[in-house]
Design a protein around this ligand. Structure first.
Ligand SMILES: C[S@@+](CC[C@H](N)C(=O)[O-])C[C@H]1O[C@@H](n2cnc3c(N)ncnc32)[C@H](O)[C@@H]1O
Length: 179
């Protein structure tokens, strides 16, 4: 098991698992956007099994962020694959692409329902805002949209502009909105 960066700590893994357990009775896809070496993927997969986690990541890092430089130096996807093999029951499907492409592909199919989405890709306002807007039409009643890094000002702004006058749950750095 290899985790090089400490971007998602044990407390966040527990909080994320708790949110996933909250959608146990909600039908639909379980999606993660931004997996890196798999810390959050593993937390979600082990909380929702035997349901499948759809892990969406370019594994190229986030444009203009330190992860982009790191990803150019090593094979982050290979590390993610090894960690998933070792730490999960295999209930994970990788989608190695931009989340925009993945969510558009949902549009082209029969619109599927999404029970849970965890957003942890780029951290700029527009990307977070656009990601929430793109996934929201697919959300099931009782489903959860959540993400990491609520302490980061562009992320806070995007979340609060996406859900004006709606309660946002905060669990450490994780934000969550139940629909
Ligand atoms: C902060 S890391 C995710 C950390 C991860 N959740 C964890 O538990 O360690 C951000 C990830 O988002 C991915 N990413 C950035 N922009 C993306 C995009 N447009 N589409 C898909 N993945 C993207 C990066 O490749 C990177 O793996």
């Amino acid at each position: 098991m290899t985790f090089t960066e400490e971007w998602f700590g044990p407390g966040s893994c527990l909080d994320l698992a708790g949110l996933v357990e909250d959608v146990e009775d909600v039908p639909g896809l379980i999606i993660e956007i931004g997996s890196w070496e798999g810390r959050s993927t593993i937390a979600i997969a082990n909380a929702c099994r035997p349901r499948v986690v759809h892990a969406v990541d370019t594994w190229k890092g986030s444009a203009g962020e330190p992860s982009e430089v790191l990803a150019a130096r090593r094979d982050v996807f290979a590390t993610w694959q090894a960690n998933i093999t070792e730490q999960t029951a295999g209930n994970v499907q990788a989608h190695r692409c931009d989340w925009r492409f993945y969510l558009e592909s949902l549009n082209r199919a029969d619109p599927p329902t999404v029970a849970f989405v965890f957003i942890d890709a780029e951290h700029d306002f527009q990307s977070v805002y656009d990601c929430i807007a793109a996934v929201r039409p697919f959300m099931a009643e009782g489903g959860i949209i959540c993400g990491d890094d609520i302490h980061h000002p562009p992320v806070i702004s995007a979340v609060f502009e996406s859900f004006p006058d709606e309660p946002i749950q905060q669990l450490g750095p994780i934000w969550a909105r139940r629909l």
